[in-house]
Design a protein around this ligand. Structure first.
Ligand code: HEM
Length: 361
């Protein structure tokens, strides 16, 4: 070995250590948001959603703040077993459900007629303790294709202090940056509004990976399809409706008996957008009715068990896993942040409105 090579060999460990140290320092700086611009952390994301709400509502979810708890059960039909080994979809398997029906938005007192987006969240707990948490909406696809898009939307929606409404120039800039939003705006403008949670279809929107007993993996989206026929509510009727007509309607319907939705699994084909929730899949994809959800009771969220649940859609039983969709990953971080903030406010007695027993919603 030459003198040069032996000097190099002696120097190498020091150089390697220095390089590793530099890489670690770089990674730390990136994580801390010192380089490459401020990173989109769950904290910043949640701050933006709070700012978009215009006002603080301690103890409430930072999104979908207004809602009610529901309870019931889910029974597997057995047909879903062709797609996943998850025991909850086995034939006849019955799983207790603690759920929540809500409207989108950060104001827990918003009149129902102002909320274009309606939602269903479910927590299924299997006999072996495994959980399947879902948070679904009535839109068929998401407004944006990245977490950054959702963040930008929250920032652009912040009320302008002068008008109390979002600045139209900022909204125009948002649309220029995220043109996929136009498709969602078209849906929001034209799709008829259902008159009840009970006849609304709720969609997972994000895709998930289903693994069957033989180890085959497929990309799946799912929907809760109501057994009740869709009934539209015209604008004039919505304008005259009571602020809490959805919860009133739910109580009245449940007094007459349980409400049911079928769980419909839709299987992707090669080329379908499995990591982009803003793109619907073609309507001819294979569908499987994997079971039925039955809801038979409702409770106000202030005193109900759903208040203290984080319906994080990445909590899944064996046989179902998150896709690589970055929006899904972002949801897990932001829901946790929102959950921690609201539970801390409740624990510190800073949230009388969110905790008052006997409040109906
Ligand atoms: C980056 C995208 C998204 C962000 C940042 C976001 C943010 C949030 C936040 C902060 C909450 C409140 C969580 C809590 O305090 O427990 C929430 C609730 C919810 N979100 Fe999202 N969301 C996103 C996408 C979606 C999508 C794609 C869907 C459905 C298709 C969805 C459906 C829901 C539902 C149903 C709830 C209410 C859950 C409950 O009742 O607790 N979200 N979201």
């Amino acid at each position: 070995m030459s003198a040069f090579h032996s000097r190099l060999r002696r120097a190498w460990p020091l150089a390697a250590i220095a390089a590793i140290a530099a890489a670690l320092a770089g990674a730390f700086a990136w994580t801390a948001g010192w380089v490459g611009g401020p990173r989109l952390t769950a904290q910043r994301f949640t701050d933006a959603i709070e700012a978009g709400n215009g006002k603080a509502y301690p103890g409430f979810r930072r999104a979908h703040a207004k809602g009610v708890c529901v309870t019931g059960r889910f029974t597997g039909s057995g047909d879903g077993a062709a797609l996943t080994r998850a025991g909850m979809l086995a034939p006849g398997a019955t799983t207790p459900v603690l759920g929540r029906l809500s409207i989108a938005g950060g104001d827990p007192h918003a009149p129902d007629a102002t909320a274009r987006v309606r939602s269903m969240a479910l927590l299924l707990t299997g006999t072996d303790g495994q959980q399947w948490r879902m948070a679904m909406n009535n839109f068929p696809f998401f407004a944006v294709n990245t977490p950054q898009g959702f963040y930008d939307q929250a920032m652009a929606s912040r009320p302008d202090p002068a008008t109390g409404k979002p600045d139209p120039a900022k909204m125009a800039e948002l649309l220029r940056k995220h043109p996929e939003i136009a498709k969602f705006q078209q849906w929001a403008k034209t799709a008829p509004w259902p008159d009840s949670w009970a006849n609304t279809q709720f969609n997972s929107v994000n895709a998930f990976r289903f693994t069957d007993a033989a180890g085959n993996v497929r990309s799946v989206r799912w929907s809760m399809r109501p057994r009740l026929a869709f009934a539209a509510m015209e604008k004039s009727l919505r304008e005259d409706a009571e602020a809490d007509y959805l919860a009133d309607d739910l109580r009245a319907r449940l007094a007459d008996g349980p409400l049911r939705w079928d769980l419909v699994l839709t299987v992707a084909e090669p080329g379908d957008a499995v990591d982009d929730p803003s793109q619907a899949w073609p309507s001819n994809r294979r569908q499987v009715v994997a079971g039925t959800l039955e809801l038979d009771a409702t409770q106000a969220q202030a005193g109900g068990a759903c208040r203290d649940v984080n319906y994080d859609p990445t909590v899944l039983p064996d046989g179902i896993a998150p896709s690589d969709d970055p929006v899904l990953a972002a949801r897990a971080g932001v829901y946790s942040q929102s959950y921690n903030r609201r539970e801390r406010e409740i624990a510190r007695d800073q949230a009388p409105e969110a905790t008052v027993q006997g409040d109906t919603r």
